[in-house]
Write a protein that binds this ligand. Sequence first.
Ligand code: NAD
Ligand code: GLY
Length: 368
Amino acid sequence: MSLVPHNPQAGQVHIGLGDRSYDIRIATGLMSNADAWLGLPKAAAALIVTNETVAPLYLAQLQAALQPHYAKVHVCTLPDGEAYKTWESLQLIFDVLLGQACDRKTVLFALGGGVVGDITGFAAACYMRGVPFVQVPTTLLAQVDSSVGGKTAINHPLGKNMVGAFYQPERVLCDLSSLNTLPPRELSAGLAEVIKYGPIADMAFLDWIEQHLSDLLARDPQALAHAVQRSCEIKAWVVGQDEREGGIRAILNFGHTFGHAIEAGLGFGVWLHGEAVGCGMVMAAHLSQRLGLVDAAFTQRLTALISRAGLPIVGPDLGAQAYLHHMRVDKKAEAGDIRFVLIDKPGSAVVRGAPDALVAEVIQACCR
Ligand code: NAD
Ligand code: GLY
C-alpha cells in the first residue's frame, strides 16, 4: 500500500508549497483549451522560450493561446540539445527580455522538453531577481518529472545541472497530444522516469506500468494520462515535504547516481538522460540486492520492465574507477562520499553509502 494519496480529480495535481503552491493540469488538447490559460499572472508581455525542433510543431498554437492575455508575446528560439543548456542560451533569453524592454511582471513560458524547461526556469529566477514562469512540457520526461518541483539549472563543462536555483513555476500544463510527435527513443527515455516512481513509492503503480506498457508505447491517451497523473502525484507528495532536497526528495534520484556517471563518462548527449537513468536503476537495484535489501526476483523484475520499455539495461564499460570518479561529482556526494538511492524494500527508498569495492563489483557485473 503506497503512502501517496490518489487525487480524486483526474487531470489535476496540486503541489502544496505555501505561497509557492501551484497546479499541474494534464489533458489531451490542453494547449488549445482556452480555460487552461485563465488565471495566470497578468502582465503586459509574455516571452515563450522554445527550441528549433519544438517551435515548428507547437509555437503557433501557444502564441494563439497567449495572445488574448498579453499585449505582446515575444519568442526566443534556442538551438536544440543538452549541449545548449549553457550560459550562452541563458544570455540569448536575457537578450530578448532586455532588447524588448520586458519589465519584472513579464511571464516566461517554457515550451519544450526538460532542457528548455530547466533553462527557462533559471532565466525566470534570475531576470530582475525573479519573474513568473509557466511550464508547458512537451516530452514525457518533462511532463512526469522535470517541469514539476522547481529545480532549474544549466550545465557547466565540469558538471551537469551544477548552476541553478530552486524556483517554482506558476502552473504546469501537460498537453498529452504533444507526445504524439515525440521520437520513440525519447518516449522510452521518459518511461524510465515513470518506472522510477514505482520502486521508490508505489509498487501498485509498478504493477500497473507492467500491465499497460504496450499501451504506453502505443501512446494510448488514457494510459498516458494515468502515467503522467500518478507520476506527478508521487512527485508532488515528495516535493511538498522537501522542496529543497534536505532529505526525502533525494529518493527521486533513484538510478541517477549511476546514470549521471554514464552520461558524464560517455559525454553528455551520447545516451539520453532517461536511458542513463533506466540503466542506472538496474545498477542501483543490483547494489540494493548485494546489500541484502531486496531479493534477486525484485532486481530481475525491474530489469525486465526497463528492457521492455526500450531502454538499455547493460552499462557502458567505462571502468569502475571512471564510474566512481564521476559519481563523486554527484550533488548528493558528501565530502567525496558517494550517496546512493537504494531500494530498502519494494516501494520504499533509502539514501546511503556503500563500500567502493562492492560498488565496483556491481559495475563489473552490470557493464560491458
Ligand atoms: P530534451 O529537452 O532535450 O527533449 C528531448 C528531444 O525531444 C529534444 O530534441 C527536443 O527538441 C525534442 N522534443 C521535445 N518535445 C517534442 C515533441 N513534442 N515532439 C518532438 N520532439 C520533441 O530532453 P528531456 O528528456 O525532455 O529532458 C532532459 C533534461 O531534463 C535534462 O537536461 C535533464 O537534466 C533535465 N531534467 C531536469 C529535471 C528537473 O527536476 N528539473 C528532472 C529530470 C531531468
Ligand atoms: N528529478 C529529481 C528532482 O526533481 O528532485
